[in-house]
Ligand binder design. Structure first.
Ligand SMILES: [Mg+2]
Length: 336
């Protein structure tokens, strides 16, 4: 099974960056990050931090210190019930001072090595994954790996000075906005898919309509909606065959597609008129009669004549009986 993930830059994306962090006490989560990460987790994304740590190559911090910093990061997130699925870091830099770490590396962003490594180890589908970061290095790494990318820029003026954002698919002012962008695409991508399978070898067989997520019978609306999605390619192909079938009647696809179209239109018409009921019509007419009888009864009472009093009682009796009939018809309609 393949997973989807959101790859996260660390500094100035999920934690504040005062320069090179070499002490766990310096780890401060940015506002709204825990809520944003929790939402991404609930959407089914793995949360993986991808961070350049050239400070190791420069001798500013050790791998042990970095490990302590990341333990503190995980601890702070765990206070809000947020858990990272992985942290990948690149300790290398071509201008380092520690020989062991002084070199070019495919792992170092803007290269996509860390993302590719994480994807391989955690079986992640990169086409369904995202990279969020605050610099072009992050978004370029994500794009090279095949992810959709979001550049988080604290304020437009600041971002304009620091970054060009030329390679980001989207920009957001903070993590909350970035998550909203992902949620918007998530909803679009998760729509139910309607596929039509046409038999090729057995023209006598009926076409099969499958709704992979929704059990109800598909409607015209569903078909039109899917036509905007990639699935449209599956439907478009037989549509073209319908046009050409005017010239070659030996193509059964034309007949099947027309049959499906008629069926869907009939279902839509049936649905449109399903709310109409003869019982409701009769009860409506009777209700008008009830109102008329009540008005008549009041009129007879106002006249004050004893003979008219009998008429008023008669009207009230008829009105009562008719009202009971109206209620009965209404209940029958509701139970249909
Ligand atoms: Mg950063």
């Amino acid at each position: 099974m393949e997973h989807k993930a959101v790859f996260l830059d660390r500094d100035d994306t999920i934690i504040a960056d005062p320069g090179y962090i070499n002490d766990p006490a310096q780890v401060k989560l940015l506002p709204g990050v825990t809520t944003a990460l929790k939402e991404l987790h609930n959407l089914g994304f793995k949360l993986i931090v991808i961070t350049n740590q050239s400070g190791i190559a420069r001798g500013i911090l050790s791998e042990q210190q970095l490990d302590a910093i990341h333990k503190r990061l995980k601890q702070l997130l765990s206070y809000e019930s947020v858990y990272l699925d992985g942290i990948y870091y690149c300790p290398y830099h071509p201008e380092g001072t520690i020989a062991k770490y002084t070199k070019e590396s495919d792992l170092r962003k803007p290269n996509s090595g860390m993302i590719l490594k994480a994807a391989e180890e955690m079986k992640i589908n990169l086409a369904k994954s995202w990279m969020i970061g605050d610099s072009d290095r992050d978004t370029l790494a994500g794009k090279t790996a095949g992810c959709k990318t979001i550049l988080v820029q604290p304020s437009p003026s600041q971002a304009e000075i620091k970054y060009t954002a030329h390679n980001a698919d989207f920009t957001a002012s903070n993590m909350k906005e970035a998550v909203n962008i992902i949620k918007m695409h998530y909803r679009r991508d998760e729509k139910p898919v309607v596929t039509i399978t046409l038999p090729v070898e057995t023209p006598a067989a009926k076409p099969v309509i499958e709704n992979k997520q929704q059990p109800p019978v598909p409607t015209i609306a569903i078909v039109e909606e899917q036509a905007k999605e990639p699935v449209a390619a599956e439907i478009k192909e037989p549509d073209e065959k319908i046009d050409s079938a005017h010239e070659t009647d030996n193509k059964p696809e034309k007949h099947y597609l027309q049959e499906i179209l008629h069926l869907l239109k009939a279902q839509q018409r049936e649905k449109m008129f399903s709310d109409f009921s003869g019982l409701l019509l009769i009860s409506g007419i009777l209700q008008i009669i009830v109102v008329f009888l009540m008005v008549a009864a009041i009129w007879f009472v106002i006249r004050g004549n004893p003979q008219h009093s009998n008429s008023a009682y008669m009207c009230l009796n008829f009105a009562t009986v008719t009202q009971l009939i109206v209620l009965t018809l209404y209940v029958m309609h509701q139970k249909r």
